[in-house]
Write a protein that binds this ligand. Structure first.
Ligand SMILES: Cc1cc2nc3c(=O)[nH]c(=O)nc-3n(C[C@H](O)[C@H](O)[C@H](O)COP(=O)(O)O)c2cc1C
Length: 408
């Protein structure tokens, strides 16, 4: 049976020359059993009339933010909120440069942008535009920020464009779009609904003086991918984040911390209501024993500077002491005897699962968008995953957590 059967697909059409192709997309989605609603920007209606989509989807098309709907029970409903929660997935195709820019900056001035900002469900964008608009730094920066926030972006294929130019910026073929929608829906079942997941991410900074600190190279990308994936699967996510440059994933409650001690305090505060704790942060093992009140100065006489480091509190050990029913997942990065050390950590810290990052030249881990990991659970089961994008690794980890929850 098609993954699309009975799924609610909300299609958003913006003002691009490829808008006519979305008629075929809507037809195909309906053929595969999906329920489809269409919303359009005002610019989109210059390219295709709402009537076309209304006839194909057999439902009125949403073009106006200002209409209030009356339900059968005569309740007044706010259309954009209803639509945002009706959808299992929102697909914006073609996604114009203008709408991409609006979404990046949270501008909500039409039905399409308001609904997209309000939906907790996955959003797929299919950018389609002239090559120069697509490669423009503004568009590229906007797309990468949206990607960090958990939007799915369909990398536009290259080819001949409506302008006559050649390059990237075409709308993908309808079959490719449908396949992507299948993949996303399959990847994001609502299997963590009503579950509270606490995720730690990024490095910690341990202060030396008011301007210096000891940190590490963690980018936070793995933890943020986990937060995105869990949120798409219906979880209430608290992301306890060390300093990173990353955008907060949509729908995620992010709490910023700096030091290992702050991370511990915040995790313990949220542990009481958590069903799952995933510790993806690279927490410092040592911190300066004292923090200088003033900036440490280099003088003509300075030959060397001694710093005394003391161990930081071990978050997983502290959590293990308080452990009730929360499922705990740790991460390990080892450079020698990886599996042995990871298994030791799993036992010593009383974890349910440990994710071992394989650290080598072909898998730099830090800052990369891909990762190669091995997942080991407390029953000794091991699964070595191939190299995958971090978002895929995140979903695999959640799959394991889910089956652990069901089988323990
Ligand atoms: C003939 C024509 C074709 C256009 N094609 C595209 C396109 O393919 N992609 C795009 O991003 N903008 C395109 N534009 C520009 C958008 O329509 C314009 O930026 C508009 O403000 C988009 O509004 P919207 O994002 O609210 O739909 C085109 C404009 C015209 C006049």
């Amino acid at each position: 049976m098609s993954t699309l059967r009975e799924k609610h697909v909300l299609v958003g059409v913006t003002g691009g020359i490829a808008a006519y192709k979305i008629a075929y997309l809507v037809r195909q989605l309906i053929k595969e059993g999906a329920q489809v609603r269409v919303m359009m920007t005002e610019a989109a209606t210059h390219f295709v009339t709402p009537l076309t989509f209304a006839a194909l989807s057999k439902h009125p098309v949403y073009t106006d933010l200002w209409n209030i709907e009356t339900s059968e029970e005569r309740d007044i409903t706010i259309r954009h909120v209803k639509l945002a929660h009706w959808a299992d997935i929102v697909v914006i195709a073609p996604a114009s440069a203008n709408t991409i820019a609006k979404l990046t900056h949270g501008i909500a001035d039409n039905i399409l942008t308001v609904v997209t900002l309000a939906t907790p469900r996955p959003v797929l964008l299919a950018p389609a535009m002239d090559v120069d608009m697509y490669i423009n730094e503004a568009t590229q920066q906007n797309l990468s920020r949206l990607k960090e926030r958990g939007f799915y972006i369909f990398d536009p294929p290259a080819g001949e464009l409506a302008s006559g130019l050649h390059g990237k910026g075409r709308l993908p073929e309808v079959e490719a779009l449908v396949e992507k929608i299948h993949d996303i829906l399959e990847r994001t079942p609502l299997d963590f609904i009503k579950k509270n997941i606490v995720i730690t991410a990024g490095p910690t900074y341990e202060p030396i003086d008011p301007v210096r600190f000891i940190g590490n190279r963690s980018s936070g990308k793995m933890g943020y991918a986990l937060a995105t994936a869990a949120s798409h699967r219906g979880a209430r996510v608290t992301l306890v984040s060390g300093p990173t440059q990353l955008q907060t994933p949509r729908g995620v409650n992010r709490i910023n911390v700096e030091t290992a001690q702050e991370m511990l305090n915040t995790v313990l505060k949220h542990l009481r209501t958590a069903n799952v704790l995933i510790m993806a942060a690279a927490v410092a093992d040592f911190t300066p024993s004292t923090v200088a009140k003033e900036k440490i100065k280099k003088t003509a006489l300075t030959q060397s500077l001694q710093l005394t480091l003391v161990p930081t509190p071990d978050i997983l050990t502290e959590v293990a002491k308080k452990k009730k029913k929360v499922i705990t997942v740790g991460f390990a990065l080892e450079t020698t005897n990886e599996l042995t050390h990871a298994r030791e950590k799993l036992q010593k810290k009383n974890l349910d699962m440990i994710v071992l990052n394989s650290y080598n030249d072909s898998n730099p881990v830090f800052g990369s968008d891909i990762n190669t990991v091995t997942i080991i659970n407390r029953w000794g089961e091991i699964e070595e995953l191939p190299t995958l994008p971090k978002i895929e690794v995140a979903h695999k980890i959640l799959d394991k957590v889910k089956s652990f929850m069901e089988n323990r």
